[in-house]
Write a protein that binds this ligand. Structure first.
Ligand code: PRX
Length: 655
């Protein structure tokens, strides 16, 4: 087929509204089918039905994936909106991730194949990982880290990131990973809120052929966080870094003399594993709390079933561990299942746009899990880059982070999966910890929908009055508790109740809009609240607005998302300057840079416009809804509550 004909093939396939069935062989040999056979369950819908008895279901699947030190007395204690799972069990997720494997044939199996951007490769077996984790865990104890203490981790995609997380978990400390793309401001905010006493970072990392310095960012953040007493620095690139001899310790020196064995702390199943900050609708990120036992069960079984992980697989999730996808599906679940994973440090198109396809070919990747924004970027480069490589080892593909548009789905299916790999479009959130709505390798697929809730989960779309909707859009809710769910927001349980549990009684508000079709498939329509999804990253509008108004020349700011072909959404800011300040190109650049410095490059506005005023209600609340409608040329809706309707024209004038 020539290149010029291919777009037509995609369009034609989409027009047919085809349902895509997974290959028979995959179905027959799938982990989930084998589990169903062993349990006398004939078809998937029967399993979903039976799994409505969530206590039966989760206790049954827990046996598949975890080993308790001491058994639990109760599967679930539901004290709405707080859940406890596997109550009374003694447990540590590190036992399942490492300790149990080093007693089996997996001891010498590769856990991570790491490829650095410059091309350096490290293969760490389960035993290698076990030893590294033990040494760091002993070192952490030596510097006084105790059970329950919070440890910040600010590392790029290198094996030391999972090692650091596991070392914390091993001794019962709570890790809080901060995405290495965040700048000092974002890091400081999170370190301060979590009251971390140690930070683990590195000298820098490689991105697009350049060295990105990290230690300097860490230093700047810590200057605002007196709670951080020790900084452990891993040498990734070997550059000169500023050094505070009172506070800073080299990773290699600290771990050098440590014993290779460290006893894993026997925790309570409900003890905290990590805090991961995610954007909400205010300027303050939410500290999502996760517990050891339920999280282990929820993430491991969903990965085992959805991506059908087998011992022979080479699994590659391209996410960054700084976000939840990496926590759940690069660190914990693959390790619990004893999988071999790829970890890649750098940019997908470096030095050429076929870097990913080169990696797939080189290591014989069988499962590739990525995000729509990356797929659209590769689509723009063109399939010629993928066609240079043998991708025939692939058997399953995945997508996460935002709705995958059917065109991107088809391109991925045809040009990467060669029409034989089903696409697992997984819907979930930082708060859910694990997949919630997703196909399994038995599910007939429709491009653009994550299909239905997995067994053990239930979801529904409701209107504001609590009426269940079918065929029309409404709010997406989850209807019963699940093991990997958040245990609340760190130091803010009221916000937890308000944000997720107050709109309709007894149901978890996801913040997404969705529609259920005639087959019960859920079509996710995007966020209902003021949260942006930029290249799959979740950023609160308010956070960017706060960063803008923290600049001395800015009086007010409003930020909205505008559809973008590759990134999903681009960031558009409208800024009101202080009295006497004159707008200029230099100031525009300065303000965009200011946001990047405050929050990280991912939050830098793509467009920034100066306006004299922004639309506000009589009570002074900025009307983002109206600004968005004006920019997108949509109906403006009810403007009667506006104090300054003329500001709407200002917006039009600016754009
Ligand atoms: O809007 C949904 C979108 O991402 C949000 C969660 O973002 P975050 O907590 O950063 O976690 C992302 C990785 C799990 C959701 O509220 N989202 C995630 N997956 C999908 C999705 N939207 C549509 N389809 C998906 N598969």
């Amino acid at each position: 087929m020539s290149e010029s004909q291919e777009p037509i093939a995609i369009e034609a396939l989409l027009k047919e509204k085809r349902v895509f069935h997974p290959p028979k062989e995959l179905v027959e040999q799938s982990n989930i089918k084998q589990w169903m056979d062993a349990h006398g369950i004939k078809d998937y819908e029967e399993l979903r039905e039976k799994a409505k008895n969530i206590e039966w279901f989760w206790s049954e699947v827990a046996k598949e994936v975890v080993e308790w030190y001491e058994p639990y007395q109760k599967v679930l204690e539901w004290n709405e909106p707080f859940s406890k799972w596997f109550v009374g069990a003694k447990y540590n997720i590190v036992h399942d991730s490492l300790d149990k494997h080093v007693k089996t044939y997996r001891k010498n199996k590769v856990a991570y194949i790491f490829e650095g951007e410059p091309g350096d490769v490290r293969k760490l077996t389960y035993y290698d990982l076990y030893v590294e984790v033990n040494k760091l865990a002993n070192a952490l104890k030596q510097i006084g880290v105790k059970k329950g203490d919070r440890v910040g981790i600010y590392l790029p995609m290198i094996p030391e990131l999972p090692i650091a997380a596991l070392a914390c978990a091993k001794i019962g400390a709570v890790h809080s990973v901060v995405f290495s793309g965040f700048s000092a401001g974002g890091l400081a905010q999170r370190l301060e809120d979590s009251e971390a006493k140690v930070l683990i970072t590195c000298d820098g990392f490689f991105r697009r052929g350049e060295v990105v310095p990290l230690k300097e960012q860490a230093d700047e953040a810590i200057s605002k966080c007196p709670n951080v007493k020790t900084v452990i620095v891993y040498k990734r690139v070997g550059r000169e870094v500023p050094w505070n001899t009172e506070r800073d310790r080299w990773w290699h020196e600290l771990t050098a003399g440590q014993p290779a064995v460290c006893e894993t702390e026997k925790l309570d199943s409900e003890d905290l594993l990590y805090i991961l900050y995610t954007s909400g609708t205010t300027g303050k990120p939410k500290g999502v709390m996760t517990a050891h036992g339920g999280y282990a069960v929820g993430t491991a079984i969903t990965l085992k079933w959805v991506f059908d992980i087998k011992d022979t697989d080479i699994y590659w999730c391209t996410a960054d561990i700084g976000w939840v996808t990496g926590h759940s599906y690069i660190v914990y679940a693959p390790l619990i299942l004893g999988a071999t994973s790829i970890m890649y440090e750098g940019a997908p198109d470096w030095p050429e746009p076929d870097r990913w396809w080169q990696i797939v070919e080189k290591y014989g990747v069988t499962i590739l899990y990525t995000a729509p924004t990356a797929i659209r970027m590769h689509m723009r480069f063109g399939e010629k880059w993928a066609n240079k490589h043998d991708l025939s080892t692939l058997r399953l593909l995945g997508s996460v982070g935002e709705t995958i548009n059917p065109e991107a789905w088809m391109w991925y299916y045809i040009h990467i999966g060669k029409q034989k790999c089903p696409i697992m479009d997984t819907w979930w959130q930082t708060e859910t910890g694990s997949f919630v709505i997703s196909p399994v390798p038995l599910t007939p697929l429709k491009p653009g929908t994550p299909t239905k809730p997995l067994p053990g989960f239930s979801a529904g779309v409701f209107d504001d009055s609590g009426k269940l909707l079918q065929g029309v859009g409404g709010d997406l809710y989850l209807l019963s508790p699940w093991p990997s769910m958040l245990r609340g927001l760190y130091k803010d349980l009221d916000r937890y109740k308000r944000t997720y549990w107050s709109k309709i009684p007894h149901q978890y508000l996801t913040g997404d809009k969705a529609r259920v079709d005639e087959d019960g498939y859920i079509w996710v329509q995007g966020r209902a609240d003021d949260i942006l999804k930029v290249a799959g990253h979740r950023i609160g509008n308010y956070e960017i607005e706060s960063a803008l108004v923290s600049h001395p020349k800015v009086s007010e700011a409003v930020v909205i998302g505008k559809p973008h072909q590759i990134k999903g959404e681009s960031i558009v800011a409208f800024v009101v300057l202080r009295e006497g300040v004159t707008p200029s190109e230099e100031l525009r650049a300065e303000l965009r840079e200011h946001v990047a410095n405050q929050m990280g490059k991912i939050a830098r506005p793509d467009e920034l416009w100066f306006v004299k005023d922004v639309p506000k209600t009589r009570s002074g609340k900025i009307m983002r809804r109206v600004v968005r409608a004006k920019v997108l040329g949509e109906p403006l809706g009810d403007l009667s509550t506006l104090r300054n309707p003329e500001a709407v024209d200002e917006i039009a004038y600016a754009v």
